[in-house]
Design a protein around this ligand. Structure first.
Ligand SMILES: CC(C)(COP(=O)(O)OP(=O)(O)OC[C@H]1O[C@@H](n2cnc3c(N)ncnc32)[C@H](O)[C@@H]1OP(=O)(O)O)[C@@H](O)C(=O)NCCC(=O)NCCS
Length: 158
């Protein structure tokens, strides 16, 4: 099956962010999110058939490292120029190695290709530093999930 692919600019590193569509990638997407965002936090009740994952304008994404899925996230278009970043997760054994940065670079590229100018996230409190390292700005610090935004730079079209 042909999946939309979004390689990094330099085409040097063996990583790629793909939009989930094959059964194999759906399974990996759910496995990563269930393990990282639920099981590792002592939570139960992960829904692998949640309608939000298949909604129009929602893009479930996987980071593949030499074809092995190591991270997952979802990009939800909210308005013509704004999108929300959801459920960002890197496999536990792969965290702290720069893969979250790669996943978000691919996500930003996909967002830009859909005309998005501004990203928003309701972050886990202990992940705020991750977003700040990626040049996101805190706009609401209070509450259980701080809100951060990032303005996407537009590139000249050739
Ligand atoms: C948060 C998460 C996605 C980050 O991915 P990662 O692969 O571990 O992050 P990276 O190695 O790419 O780190 C990128 C940068 O963010 C920083 N960073 C990463 N996690 C951080 C954290 N929790 N707090 C502060 N800074 C962090 C790194 O130091 C690095 O900075 P540098 O490039 O300037 O050295 C990952 O750790 C994860 O899945 N955590 C559990 C689930 C979670 O909290 N998801 C976020 C939901 S909003």
């Amino acid at each position: 099956m042909n999946e939309p692919r979004f390689p990094n600019d330099e085409r040097e590193d063996p990583w790629i962010v793909v939009q989930v569509s094959s059964d194999e990638h759906w399974n990996a997407y759910h496995d990563i999110r269930r393990a990282v965002l639920f099981e590792a936090r002592g939570l139960i009740g992960y829904e692998a058939n949640h309608p939000d994952d298949r909604r129009e304008g929602h893009f479930p994404l996987l980071l593949l490292l030499e074809n092995t899925p190591v991270g997952a996230a979802r990009l939800d278009l909210m308005s013509p120029q704004t999108a929300c970043v959801r459920t960002v997760a890197i496999r536990a054994e792969c965290q702290g190695k720069g893969y979250g940065r790669m996943l978000m670079a691919g996500l930003e590229k996909i967002a830009s290709q859909h005309g998005v100018k501004r990203l928003v996230v309701n972050a886990a409190r202990d992940a705020v530093g991750f977003y700040e390292a990626l040049e996101w700005t805190v706009v609401e610090a209070g509450g259980e999930n701080p809100v951060l935004t990032k303005e996407l730079r537009t590139r000249p079209q050739w």
